[in-house]
Design a protein around this ligand. Structure first.
Ligand code: SAM
Length: 213
């Protein structure tokens, strides 16, 4: 996702700093202290401008949310949305998460959302895809048993690749569709910015949900 420089970025970040998770690796194993309660924590990796996670947080005050976005001019948009909506149960991690287990202790998360992640189309970059099996092994460590990994993409080759990677990691989707918006799960779906763009162009959306054994 490209984003031009954000005007007055430093001022915006300062005014929204209560929503920024500072030194996130140091919070490994202690994320509940950030939220001040023991409610489940759901993470989105690659939140973009944050429409999905802030909309979800507004619907679910009983869940704590972490939006992770490494793009330095992009995460600011999430901070702004979280502050405007006064979402006390959401924090923003302004880093690229490469190894999830460096940020979260075993079973510390109850779910991970991966929405319209970068496809990295060249074979030699396959390991960078968020659904590569080595990344899935990281998610298996940090998501508790019974928790979930939810994945949406417009990119059919990436979806096919991801289904293979789920198999390699021993993960079986309990929900699987190549047309989410016509599926039984459409009513509960919360759209992302990319989802709105690509479905608006007529592209069907792929969706898989995995429950951790
Ligand atoms: C294609 S955009 C999709 C954004 C949003 N999820 C949506 O559906 O509208 C992918 C975003 O993920 C971010 N990203 C990619 N890898 C990441 C990682 N490992 N950790 C955090 N952010 C990441 C990129 O900076 C980019 O903004």
């Amino acid at each position: 996702m490209r984003q031009r420089g954000v005007k007055h970025k430093d001022e915006i970040v300062k005014s929204c700093e209560a929503w920024l998770a500072k030194d996130p690796k140091a919070l490994r194993g202690a994320w509940n202290t950030v939220f001040g309660n023991d409610r489940p924590i759901h993470l989105e990796i690659g939140s973009g401008k944050g429409r999905f996670i802030t909309s979800l947080a507004a619907l679910h005050p009983e869940i704590n949310y972490l939006a992770c976005e490494g793009g330095e001019n992009i995460y600011v948009r999430i901070l702004q949305k979280a502050a405007e909506a006064e979402l006390a149960h959401l924090r923003v991690i302004d880093e690229y998460i490469i190894r999830a287990s460096e940020y979260f202790a075993e079973g510390e998360l109850s779910g991970i959302y991966i929405n319209f992640c970068d496809p990295w189309p060249k074979d030699r970059h396959a390991h960078r895809r968020l659904t590569h099996h080595l990344n899935l092994e990281e998610y298996k460590k940090v998501v508790r048993s019974g928790g979930f990994i939810a994945f949406k993409t417009d990119n059919d080759p990436l979806f096919d690749f991801s289904l293979e990677e789920f198999r390699t990691a021993g993960l079986e989707p309990v929900r699987l569709t190549r047309d989410l918006h016509s599926s039984p799960w459409a009513a509960e779906n919360v759209m992302t910015e990319y989802e709105e763009k690509f479905s608006g162009l007529g592209k069907t959306i792929n969706y898989a949900l995995i429950l951790l054994p």
